[in-house]
Structures are given as C-alpha cells and as structure tokens.
Design a protein around this ligand. Structure first.
Ligand code: ARG
Length: 393
C-alpha cells in the first residue's frame, strides 16, 4: 500500500485531508509539531486515530524551533518588508524536515499538507522538503479537491463522521507559535476597514494598556539573551516572559500589506511582542559593539535573509552562508539593554557593553577627550579629494 506522511494540525482542513487521502488508497501517518501554540497532544492523537491514521507522531519541537530557527533569524536581524518577524515562515522548514525524516523512517514515498494553493506555506513546505529529500512526492489535497469552501469541508466532515471544532463562522485564519501570531482573512481583507478589536489575540489594544511605563532589561552573551531583569533565563523562557509583558503593554502588533511568493498582495496582522522586544534590544547592542562597515553590510544580510526565509529557501546554500556570517559576529555582541514599554512603544533607556566600540572618552564634548581634533582638518582634505577637481594655477 502507498504510504503518506501528513502534516496534521487537527483542524478542519487537515482532518478532511486525512480522510480524503485514505479514500485515495493511502495509508496515512500523521505528524503534528508543537511550536508553541495552544496545543493538546491527546486531542490530536484521538482525532488522527478516529480519522484512521495508521500512526501518529506528536512532537514537542519548541526547543529546536527556538534554538535552530528563531535564534539564527534574530541574529541575522531578519524582518520581512519592515513589519514581519517571520514567525509562521520560520516554523515551516522545521515541519518539512520532520516530515522527510518520518517518511524515510516509515518507508513512505509521499508527503501531504493542508496548505492552500494561494499561500506561502505550500511553497515553504514543499521546497524545503525537496531540498532535504528530492525523492519524495508531494500531495496537496487543497489544491485539487472539490471542497472549495469552508462550508463544503464542514459538510464533508459531517458526511464522514469526522470530529472537528470548526464552526462556519470562524472569522480569521490564524497561525500561532512562540515567535508570533499571524491573523488574516475575513474583514481584514478589506484594507480600507479599521482593524476590529476581535482580531486582537494576545496583544492588548493600545487603549487598554497600563498607564505606567515598564522597564525590561535584557542581557546578551555572545548574541544570545541569557538574563531578563538580572535573572538567568533560557531563550525560550525569555521569549515566553517577554510575550506576556509585551502583550500587556500593547507591543508588537503590525499590519502589513505583504507580497506573497506566489505574487499575490495580501493583508496580514501580526502579533509578536517578544520578537520585537528582542529584535530592538539586539540591534541596539549591535550599534554599541559593531563597526559601521559591519553594520551596513549586516543590514543587507538581514534583508536578504528575511526574503530567503519568507520565500521558502531555508535549507538553501545562501541562507546557510548568511548564518555563518551572523554567527561570526556573535562573540562581539555581549551587553545589557534596558528598554521601556509603554502603550505599544518600545524605547531605549540604557545600554551597557563591556567591549563596546562606543567609548565615552573619545565621543565626549566635555573635558579630557582622547580624540585629537587637530587631525580632523587633514582627514577632511583627503576625504573630499576624490570628489573635487583642483584647477592647476
Ligand atoms: N502571511 C504569513 C506568512 O506567509 C502567515 C501565513 C499563515 N497565516 C495565517 N493567518 N494562517 O508567513
């Protein structure tokens, strides 16, 4: 019998996929990854079992996700189109990797996923899976079946006695992991409409945030956050705690008309409090510790890195190379940044870095600067020389 590994979330789409694949003669193995959403392994197992899966893998991959996917992206400084810290996009290659590993272990020749034919996630899962295991064939039921609406899927589930908790009036399509929440669909598709309050999931709307500013102090060692407000903390712990604190203060919500890989412009709302706080703090520390040439080059790297992640090219040679570049700078990036959080805004309050290139004795306008201004005139004459033609007199 043909075997397929299905990326299974337990939602309506993938529940219908499971049945649909069985009806096409496949033995279905389900795989679900916990990347930090609300997640019940028991429910997933029960549902997959009821749907007729021959085997179900439910794996807690939060740690691997944080260490191997989120942290490199944070180091690189990746932000897609200025507003998206890539939470969903970073999770897909990890899912693709496990799909291929399980397929090889189970001797399955096929992978399947429940992504639509209009989005980025199909690209990310398929390209990354093929980069790792070119021999596997991929099935995307949503691109070929006749269930073209949510109502049709609900009807199909009913007809086959499949349990799900979807209702016809589900307002938004949501994807969540520890690095952020993506919200799209429904009224959000109209960019001329205000964002409704019911589209807020984690982050407080600004009008409901506390009246007082809250400080957070993040210490990094070699580019990795290791202490929060002076207390030692794991990277995941830091993300979880900053998500809570940041969400309370309305931090990290962005509204983006974004360019999908498949050419469509779409409107997506993101909530990523911890991600924005850590991104802001780390960039501040880099400005204290890296020279201007490196900073300038690093901003190109950040832009390219974000495109590669967004466009499904995680396991590509260029992305791997850019990781090496960002990693090579990490030993310089040690220090502490204190930020203020207030009504959706992050402000920088204090910066400390033991090996900073910022040196007060050079920068100061006060007494005792070690900078000798008499060198400035000669420097300026040479600096301008390439641009100015001197007539012979
Ligand atoms: N637009 C985002 C991306 O391409 C998120 C996709 C999933 N979003 C969702 N609301 N289900 O990474």
């Amino acid at each position: 019998m043909k075997k397929v590994v299905l990326a299974y979330s337990g939602g309506l789409d993938t529940t219908c996929c499971l049945r649909w694949l069985r009806d096409r003669g496949f033995e279905v193995i389900c795989f679900s990854a916990d990347l930090g959403s609300e997640f019940s392994p028991e429910d997933i197992r029960t549902r997959a079992g009821q749907g007729g899966a021959v085997n179900t893998y439910v794996m807690d991959l939060k740690k691997e996700f944080a260490q191997e996917y989120v942290l490199p992206s944070l180091s690189a400084g990746a932000v897609y189109q200025g507003k998206y810290l890539l939470s969903t996009a970073l999770g897909r290659p990890l899912i693709a990797k496990y799909l291929t590993e399980i397929a090889r272990k189970e001797g399955a020749g096929y992978l399947a996923h429940g992504c639509t034919g209009k989005g980025n996630d199909q690209v990310r899962i398929e390209v990354n899976a093929h980069l790792l295991a070119p021999e596997l064939k991929i099935i995307a039921p949503l691109r070929e079946w006749e269930l073209t609406s949510r109502e049709a899927e609900i009807e199909y589930a009913k007809k086959h006695g499949l349990t799900h908790d979807a209702s016809a009036e589900k307002i938004y399509s949501i994807d969540q992991n520890l690095w952020g929440i993506s919200v799209e669909g429904g009224i959000l598709e109209d960019p001329g409409q205000d964002v409704p309050l019911n589209s807020y999931y984690q982050v407080n709307p600004p009008e409901k945030t506390p009246d007082t500013l809250q400080d957070v102090e993040i210490s990094f060692e070699e580019g990795v956050p290791v202490r929060l407000n002076g207390q030692p903390i794991s990277f995941i712990g830091c993300v979880q705690e900053l998500n809570e604190i940041g969400a309370r203060h309305g931090i990290g919500r962005t509204d983006l008309i974004e360019d999908r890989v498949v050419g469509i412009k779409s409107r997506e709302i993101y909530e990523a409090p911890a991600a924005w706080i850590l991104h802001t703090a780390l960039r501040e520390l880099e400005h204290m510790t890296l020279d201007r040439e490196t900073l300038a080059f690093k901003s190109f790297v950040a832009e390219k890195y974000a495109q590669l992640v967004y466009q499904g090219l995680w396991f590509s040679p260029l992305k791997t190379g850019l990781d090496e570049f960002a990693k090579s700078l990490r030993p310089r990036i040690t220090g502490t940044i204190r930020l203020g959080l207030f009504r959706g805004l992050i402000t920088v309050r204090r910066r400390f870095a033991p090996h900073a290139l910022y040196q007060k004795e050079i920068a100061t306008y006060g007494e005792g600067s070690s900078f000798d201004p008499s060198h400035a005139e000669g420097f300026i004459r040479l600096w301008e020389m390439p641009f100015i033609r001197k007539e012979n007199t």
